[in-house]
Write a protein that binds this ligand. Structure first.
Ligand SMILES: NCc1[nH]cc(CCC(=O)O)c1CC(=O)O
Length: 344
């Protein structure tokens, strides 16, 4: 190109939810501090996943959260997309890559009791109490330990879910609801299970009643980390992002994503994981696969010395192999059959 002016604007694509915007603003301000002469305007979009609140999340691929944003990335309207890494498919479309993974927030799942509740832990809840979560991973693992509790879907973004929990979520008055439809019934949730990271980033850490972790509940692959997607060949943006990469988080998350990719190719199935990286580069991974009803459970734990991306991915593949040896293949196959039957 003959133009003498170098590109100075690097638009960032984001989903439109409050959490997505908070996370995108975090990346924006870090980039702005690193590169004061450049600008990073935010371009927010509603995605299919945000619009489709009806179909069970269980049956939808993860690309629902990312596809529309990838279109604008490939068209050059934005140069980077900020995602919750957890919502990114483990295999990105051709022409896209992970440009950075930022330092992880607390990756654990959190218990949030209804406001004013006298209960403090899941163990305190009486028989039949309703736990709100739409995640099969959470439901399957918790059913195993708490067979006397009920699990009910709760949809919407984090703020909407909290309103549904506390009973302040407003439903349309009968005059607006179509008469042919049955009335909307909102279950009386005793508590929710949400990612701690989302609550903390929204400034709602105060709502966390307790944290759940192994052996009760292993978190989702990539939970708590932000992933930045860029065009495969965009070296310029990759360079701008390089200082944001948090190496320990990067290695842990590459391992977690390799685990998931090896086991099933990217959809939301009940795979739980927990990783830690020691200062001596010993990467430990604990992972599980659970049947949807919580009755079948396979787990594995491995540690490897990890210096490179490839070695981190090797650990993920090794743990996946151990899980399959332990019978995870059959559990996942049955889950996939159910999903196909439900998909239309
Ligand atoms: N699928 C929704 C989603 N995607 C990312 C987060 C929270 C932030 C994170 O895990 O990084 C959440 C909400 C939740 O699971 O409670």
């Amino acid at each position: 190109m003959s133009g003498s002016t170098e590109k100075t604007g690097f638009p960032i694509g984001s989903r439109r939810s409050k959490l997505a915007l908070v996370q995108t603003e975090l990346v924006q301000s870090s980039l702005q501090a690193l590169h004061p002469d450049l600008s990073f305007p935010i371009s927010a979009m509603q995605t299919m996943g945000d619009k489709n609140q009806i179909q069970s999340l269980y049956n939808m691929g993860k690309s629902l959260w990312t596809k529309e944003l990838e279109v604008v990335l490939f068209e050059g309207d934005v140069d980077l997309i900020v995602h919750s890494l957890k919502d990114m498919p483990t295999t990105l479309p051709e022409g896209a890559r992970l440009g950075a993974i930022l330092e992880r927030e607390d990756p654990r799942d959190a218990l949030v009791m209804r406001a004013g509740s006298a209960y403090e832990t899941l163990d305190d809840l009486p028989e039949g109490a309703i736990v709100g979560t739409s995640s099969v991973r959470r439901t399957a693992q918790l059913k195993r330990k708490y067979p006397h509790l009920q699990f009910a879907d709760v949809r919407g973004n984090v703020l909407t879910r909290l309103e549904k929990l506390d009973g302040t979520f407003s439903v349309p008055p009968p005059s607006l609801a179509s008469s042919s439809e049955s009335p909307i019934v909102i279950p009386e949730y005793s508590c929710l299970i949400l990612a701690a990271a989302g609550l903390i980033r929204l400034g709602l850490g105060g709502r966390i009643t307790g944290y759940l972790e192994a052996p009760t509940l292993l978190h989702a692959v990539g939970q708590g980390a932000l992933g930045i997607e860029i065009r495969e060949n965009d070296e310029k943006t990759a360079q701008l992002l390089a200082p944001l990469v948090h190496r320990p988080t990067w290695l842990r998350c590459l391992a977690e994503r390799a685990l998931m990719r090896t086991l099933e190719g990217g959809c939301s199935v009940p795979i739980g994981v927990q990783t830690s990286l020691s200062p001596q580069n010993l990467l430990e991974m604990h992972a599980c696969v659970v049947s949807v009803d919580g009755t079948e459970y396979v787990e594995a734990k491995e540690t490897m010395r990890v210096e490179s991306d490839e070695e981190a991915e090797e650990l993920g593949k090794l743990v996946a192999m151990r899980l399959v040896e332990g019978g995870a293949g059959a559990v996942l196959e049955r889950i996939n059959e159910v999903r196909e039957r439900h998909q239309d």
